[in-house]
Design a protein around this ligand. Structure first.
Ligand SMILES: NC(=O)c1ccc[n+]([C@@H]2O[C@H](COP(=O)([O-])OP(=O)(O)OC[C@H]3O[C@@H](n4cnc5c(N)ncnc54)[C@H](OP(=O)(O)O)[C@@H]3O)[C@@H](O)[C@H]2O)c1
Length: 291
């Protein structure tokens, strides 16, 4: 039997969960659980799993992330994003375990003209944002040792994300109309996982600094700027099939869920507390696109 501390990774098959398995390799006895083992739609069932595995660290990358579908499945989204995190926090307290949880830029309403800081007032515009905010509040109310990382515009080599959608559509079409009036920071799943490990190492050494942090790649762009950078990198790699990118306003691409106009997050707090900074979004994208 392993004497290493158990690290429980939940949502292990998702974008961030997959990368966490790599960045935490060697840090403990990793127990990676996907949806089939830990079903967040039944939050109470998570208690027995956690009691059985007895983790010292819980990394929760499971979430209901279908932003538009959440508008028509608010109860399911709330169970997964709002209620399950409370159960994780309560079980973590029983074991004196550290809970690491992820939240979103969509807790903000987008009206600020500069990057959002952790203490700014939240006001989510959609069901997904409201359920993620409920998860944050639940963990804070329980009050054990926790790190909540708000991140944004997550992409990587796996799953449903903007990068993969662009590569697929770009291969099929000559023109793509892309929203150019929402500002944010594309953040790779790899950058999130590596920064999570770096913060974990620091917080473990300091035994202080727990709480809420923004954790995104540096800089900012629009979805249209993100798309242009993706195809510019593909062109540099010798791809001959690159679509024309046509900027459009959000009103030209109606979606069930409203998105904030500006969801750029300031990373100042994580930088000043732990000395951890993520790469700028273009470098992180280059690392993913070039493999
Ligand atoms: N993706 C983004 O753009 C974005 C932006 C800001 C913040 N975040 C946050 O970042 C964190 C990681 O997100 P991600 O991008 O890695 O998302 P992801 O790729 O969609 O992964 C989420 C994982 O949660 C799992 N999941 C869904 N319903 C579940 C359930 N009922 N029980 C157990 N697991 C379930 C999914 O499994 P199945 O596929 O099998 O259902 C999936 O593996 C989340 O907290 C998310 O809210 C994401």
């Amino acid at each position: 039997m392993s004497t290493q501390p158990v690290i429980l990774i939940l949502g292990a098959a998702g974008q961030v969960g997959t990368e966490l398995q790599k960045s935490f390799a060697g840090a403990g006895d990793i127990k990676a659980c996907d949806h089939s083992i830990a079903d967040f739609s039944k939050p109470e069932d998570l208690r027995a799993l956690i009691a059985h595995l007895h983790p010292a660290l819980i990394l929760n990358a499971a979430a209901y992330t279908a932003v538009d579908r959440a508008e028509s499945e608010p109860d399911l989204a709330m169970a997964i994003n709002g209620h399950a995190p409370r159960v994780l926090a309560e079980e973590a307290v029983k074991l004196n375990a550290l809970l690491v949880h992820y939240s979103t830029d969509y807790v903000f309403d987008g009206t600020k003209k500069s990057p959002w800081v952790e203490s700014d007032p939240t006001n989510p515009l959609n069901v997904y944002g409201r359920t993620k905010l409920a998860g944050e509040h639940a963990i804070q109310e329980v009050g054990g040792r926790h790190l909540i990382f708000r991140t944004s515009w997550v992409y990587g080599p796996l799953g449903n994300n903007f990068l993969r959608t662009m590569l697929r559509l770009g291969a099929e079409r000559d023109q793509l109309k892309i929203v150019d009036d929402q500002f944010g920071a594309p953040t790779s799943s790899r950058a999130i996982a590596e920064a999570t490990r770096a913060v974990f190492d620091k917080v473990s050494a300091m035994n202080s600094g727990y709480g809420l942090y923004h954790l995104t790649c540096g800089g900012e762009t629009t979805w249209c700027g993100f798309a242009r950078e993706i195809f510019s990198l593909k062109q540099q790699q010798g791809s001959s099939k690159v679509p024309e990118i046509i900027p459009i306003p959000s009103s030209g691409y109606p979606t069930p869920a409203t998105r904030p106009a500006n969801s750029v997050l300031s990373n100042q707090k994580v930088q000043s507390t732990f000395g951890v900074s993520l790469p700028d979004w273009q470098s992180a994208l280059n690392a993913v696109v070039t493999g």
